[in-house]
Every structure is written in structure tokens, then in C-alpha cells.
Design a protein around this ligand. Structure first.
Ligand SMILES: Cc1cc2nc3c(=O)[nH]c(=O)nc-3n(C[C@H](O)[C@H](O)[C@H](O)COP(=O)(O)OP(=O)(O)OC[C@H]3O[C@@H](n4cnc5c(N)ncnc54)[C@H](O)[C@@H]3O)c2cc1C
Length: 545
């Protein structure tokens, strides 16, 4: 992928996508696949904002059944199947346990009915080529069985547990990146670290945006026939810039996650805490705990969890799972993100927790007479591909062009062309038998069918394919590939989004030093620049000791 803003400024795109999170990435991929000339402009790095701060679940959202949001649940369950089909290396089934405490027969019956409905709404979950991706229906486990499977469960009042299945993303950042890579393969032009600062009009119609290259400070004008605002929690700011007003109010809610030593064996736990729920999810040999839901009106860049947020969440976990006995010093990593929730006019749904996660595609020409702009608002990671399909369907009508039918529903992402994933991994282990098996597994998980490119890029230098540490199967070969082919410009891009190195907490000084020196040699950083890259990364790791 080549970042070339001067070249982008010479073109007139069919579609200019503002925002390179999950929504913008899938819009770009869908549009490019259907033959549109697409540009993506991302202020930070691809998927650096909310898309990297989720619970990493590809899920129907069992709790939305309670609010009778059957449409959202069915859409999400259908998308769960689609994502596991098009990205089998990045989306996997995950077993959940929903324990029933002092529930009584009435509450258990309600849960049983809810989960049966969940099974019905995911009637097509078995229609997948890869048998490992097919999810069974739910079942009720006895108290004894539940405790045998997950001894960390609190025993007091436990009557049994429901077991059900949902999906998990191995690396959401890479899932979005693969949609960007796929778009580029089909002719899209993309740039990270470029901010849209203004809109320009001709005869009342938006025909260009002013942008600033945040790497160089240079300004450009990017022209297009149609613009899509896919800026997540910033969507109202972009609407205001374009329309002078904000036709939809975006309510922002902050959610934090904690990564701690592994609390469960194999299951994710879905715990009901009063009116709220909490997930404890196994992830990369740790437990990911999430999430909170508090109204937020602070600055939008780099939202971090506070000590207060973290301690409150730990207390809730310790209350629900006393055997965990977590202390602030157990937190290996903590991160926070903002949910952009679209305020439905006239509907007071109370807390942000109860606000709808439904997405909305807004045609500003019809809504407020601003021709040339569409906004894709709200939604879930899980439904971002489907939202993108709707945006391109609308773009097709607005542009009065005939484009090919949407194909992203069944076209594998670039790394997703693996066939049955377990067999793919076995073949990879045999093919590169001279490499450390942990390295091969890690490359297969992160890059899927593109892993051969990473290995080829090491050009026979076996040192580049050695693991970076005892518990760190990532390699300098992946770092080099990120810089040369995945538009990684900074240490933060490499550690947090191209590889998983920083996603379990602060890497050691030795690792930071080694990777930043390797990047400095490739990108020509001075020593001062290298140090400032390290300082920038360290700023995102909060400690709570
Ligand atoms: C705590 C939490 C947990 C969640 N858990 C889940 C989950 O488990 N499963 C699930 O399905 N969903 C989950 N979600 C929801 C999901 O993460 C979001 O729906 C999704 O990531 C939104 O993606 P997006 O691309 O719309 O927004 P973002 O990822 O925020 O992307 C918007 C992009 O626009 C860019 N941008 C902004 N302004 C400009 C500008 N002026 N110029 C250029 N670019 C700009 C930003 O830099 C940003 O990268 C969760 C959300 C939160 C907050």
C-alpha cells in the first residue's frame, strides 16, 4: 500500500470515505469491489479509535432480545457467520457460559426462551464450509458440570449455567486493515494520518475536502463525487463542518477494558450484574474484562481509563467472582473507547447502556439539503460490513451509476483465502518446518493467507523470523512487512495494530528498543525521533499499582 497524497489530489474519486475504522474500511472494500474509484482518508492510523477498543466479540447481542430488537440481533448473527467465513483466521467461535444464580424456575425459563430464540435467529450458523467455524446451539449445564468446566465461578447460589456460542476477533485492528488492503487491491487510494478539515462546494454540492497531511503539515484538496462520513465518535463534528448543523445528536459513552491473568479455562463468562452485564473473555492466554458504559463529553483523542474506572470494574469482577481476588497490580493492560450512540429523536432511553446499537445511514441531501454527503452512524463492529453494503447501495443510487452487485458477503478478505483454517495451519507448519512453530502459528493467525508474503519479505534472513521473546511469537519480519506493505508509519502502528506486541501491556524496554531501532533504520528516524516514538507509545500504558 502506497501513501501518496499528491497523487490522490490529482484525481476525482467516485467516493471519498472519511474515517478508516471498521465502518470506513468495509465501505472502501465494498465500493472498490463493486468498481467504484474510492479514496480513504484517516486522521490517525487505520482502526486506531473505537475499532481497536472493543470487547472483540462478533456477536448477536443476546441482551438486545430483552429490548425486542430482533432485527439488530438477526443482522448481527447473520454477520457473525459472514465474518467467520470471509476471515477464518481472524474470527473464531467462542463458548460462553451464562451462570444462573438464585434464578428460580421463572428466570431460568426466560433465559431458556431467550437462548432458544437466539438459536432460531442464527438458524444458518451451520452453513459454513469450515466445520470448526460452525457453532452448536445452547444447552443447560448442571451446577456440578458448570463448576467442573469453570472452577472460578462463584458457588453461592449457583443453580447451573447456560452454555452458548458467539464469535471472537483475534485482532480487530487487522480485520479492518484487511478490508483496507482488499480495497487497495481493487484500486482504492488510501492514506492514514491525514485529517479532513473542511468541505468545498460547487453549485451547492460538496465536491471536495480540504485535508492536512499530519506527517508533513502539507495541505491538499481531495475531490470526489460523493463523500461518506464514517468518523464514529466524531461524526457530529464532521456533520457540523459540512452542514453547519448536526442533524443527529451523537451521545458518546466511554467503555473500558482490563486485561488480567487468565481467570477462566476455556469459556467466556457472561455475567448479569443487576441490570447490566459483564464479559470475562479468554484472549491470548489472558482474560479480557469488559466493559463499562458511562456518558462521556471529554476530548476525543486518546481516551484512557482512569484509576477510578479500573478500580470500579475490578470491584464488580471481585463481587461476581470472589475467587478471582483481583488487585490493581494484576492489571496488565487497560484501554478505553467511545461508543457513538445515535440519539433517537423524542426517545428517552435513559442510560447510555440502554441506548440502541442500531446503525443509521443518513443521506444528507434528503435530510438537510446538503448534496454529496452520506453519514454512516452508530452500529457495532459486528455489523460494520453490512452497514458498508447499505452505504454502497445508496451511493450507487446517488451517483446514478450501475455498479456490480455487492460481493463482500462471500468474498474472502485478502488473508481469508485459507480454506479450512486448521488444515491451512497444519500445512503452513509443514511447509516452514525450519521456523519456530510458535512463529508460524502467530503469522497464520495474524496474516492468514498473506503469511507467505511476510516470510518472503525476510529474504532468507532467519534472524528476522526468530520470535522477539519467550512469550512473544511476533517477529521483525512482521514489523518490516508492516512498514513496507501495510502503511505502518509509527512505532504505535506496529505495536498496537499491525502486530499484537503491545496489546497485552507495556512491552519491555529491550523490545521497545529493538523494534524502534529496526524501524529507525528502515524509515530514517533520528535518535530524537526514535525516542519520541517510544515516549508516545509509553503514554498509552496506564499503571494502577
Ligand atoms: C467499549 C466498547 C466495546 C465494544 N465492544 C464491541 C464488541 O464486542 N462487538 C461489537 O460488534 N462492537 C463493539 N463495540 C462497537 C464497535 O467497536 C464500533 O461500532 C466500531 O468500532 C465503530 O467503528 P467506526 O469505524 O464507525 O468508528 P471508529 O473506529 O471510531 O473510526 C472512526 C475513524 O474516523 C477517523 N476520523 C475522525 N475524524 C476524522 C477527520 N476529520 N478526518 C479523517 N478521519 C477522521 C478517526 O480517526 C477514526 O479512526 C464496542 C464499542 C465500545 C466503545
Amino acid at each position: 500500500m502506497k501513501r501518496d497524497l499528491p497523487a490522490m489530489a490529482q484525481q476525482n474519486f467516485d467516493l471519498v470515505v472519511i474515517g478508516g475504522g471498521a465502518t470506513g474500511a468495509f465501505i472502501a472494500w465494498d465500493g472498490a469491489l463493486r468498481g467504484l474509484r474510492v479514496a480513504v482518508l484517516e486522521k490517525g492510523d487505520f482502526a486506531h479509535a473505537t475499532s481497536s477498543a472493543s470487547t472483540k466479540l462478533v456477536h448477536g447481542g443476546l441482551r438486545y432480545l430483552k429490548s425486542l430488537d430482533f432485527g439488530l440481533v438477526r443482522e448481527s448473527l447473520a454477520e457473525r457467520r459472514v465474518l467467520s467465513q470471509i476471515a477464518p483466521h481472524l474470527v473464531h467461535p467462542l463458548a460462553f457460559m451464562l451462570p444462573a444464580y438464585n434464578a428460580g424456575w421463572r428466570q431460568r425459563l426466560i433465559l431458556e426462551l431467550g437462548l432458544s430464540l437466539y438459536d432460531i435467529l442464527s438458524f444458518d450458523r451451520g452453513f459454513l464450509d469450515d466445520p470448526d467455524q460452525r457453532m452448536p446451539g445452547h444447552k443447560m449445564l448442571s451446577r456440578h458440570k458448570a463448576l467442573t468446566l469453570e472452577p472460578s465461578l462463584a458457588e453461592d447460589g449457583l443453580e447451573g449455567a447456560f452454555q452458548y456460542w458467539d464469535g471472537q476477533m483475534h485482532a480487530p485492528e487487522r480485520l479492518a486493515l484487511e478490508a483496507i488492503i482488499g480495497a487497495v487491491e481493487y484500486g482504492a487510494s488510501v492514506a492514514n494520518r491525514v485529517e479532513v478539515t473542511d468541505f468545498m462546494r460547487e453549485e451547492g454540492r460538496i465536491n471536495a475536502v480540504a485535508v492536512t497531511d499530519l506527517e508533513t503539515g502539507s495541505n491538499y484538496t481531495i475531490s470526489g463525487r460523493l463523500f461518506v462520513n464514517a468518523t464514529g465518535a466524531s461524526a457530529d463534528q464532521i456533520m457540523r463542518l459540512a452542514t453547519g448543523d448536526t442533524p443527529r445528536t451523537i451521545v458518546r459513552s466511554k467503555g473500558i477494558h482490563l486485561i488480567v491473568p487468565k481467570l477462566t479455562r476455556d469459556h467466556a463468562l457472561a455475567l448479569q450484574i443487576g441490570e447490566r452485564h459483564l464479559f470475562i473473555v479468554p484472549w491470548r492466554n489472558h482474560s479480557l474484562i469488559g466493559t463499562t458504559d458511562t456518558p462521556y463529553d471529554g476530548p476525543l483523542d486518546r481516551v484512557l481509563p482512569t484509576r477510578e474506572d479500573a478500580v470500579e470494574l475490578l470491584d464488580i469482577v471481585n463481587g461476581a467472582l470472589p475467587k478471582a481476588n483481583l488487585k490493581p497490580s494484576d492489571i496488565r493492560h487497560a484501554y478505553a473507547g467511545l461508543r457513538p450512540l445515535v440519539e433517537t429523536q423524542g426517545a428517552d432511553t435513559g442510560s447510555t447502556y440502554n441506548k440502541s446499537r442500531k446503525s443509521e445511514v443518513l443521506d444528507h441531501e434528503a435530510e438537510d439539503g446538503v448534496a454529496g454527503l452520506i453519514s454512516a452512524l452508530g452500529g457495532k463492529w459486528t455489523t460494520s460490513r453490512h452497514v458498508a453494503e447499505e452505504v454502497i447501495n445508496l451511493a450507487e443510487r446517488k451517483l446514478s451509476v450501475w455498479v456490480a452487485r455487492g460481493r463482500t458477503r462471500w468474498t474472502p478478505l485478502p488473508g481469508g483465502q485459507t480454506g479450512q483454517f486448521a488444515t491451512f495451519k497444519e500445512r503452513a507448519l509443514r511447509r516452514w518446518a525450519d521456523c519456530d512453530p510458535k512463529v508460524i502459528e502467530c503469522l497464520a493467525d495474524n496474516h492468514g493467507a498473506l503469511m507467505g508474503q511476510v516470510i518472503a519479505g525476510a529474504q532468507g534472513d532467519s534472524a528476522l523470523l526468530a520470535p522477539l521473546g519467550d512469550e512473544m511469537p511476533e517477529t521483525l519480519a512482521a514489523v518490516r512487512h508492516a512498514m513496507r506493505h501495510e502503511m505502518a508509519l509509527h512505532l504505535d502502528d506496529v505495536l498496537m495494530r499491525r502486530t499484537g506486541i503491545g496489546t497485552l501491556g507495556r512491552p519491555s524496554d529491550a523490545v521497545l528498543d529493538r523494534i524502534s531501532s529496526f524501524m529507525a533504520a528502515e524509515l530514517g528516524w533520528s535518535e530524537a525521533q526514535r525516542q519520541s516514538e517510544i515516549d508516545n507509545v509509553l503514554g498509552r500504558f496506564v499503571t494502577f499499582n
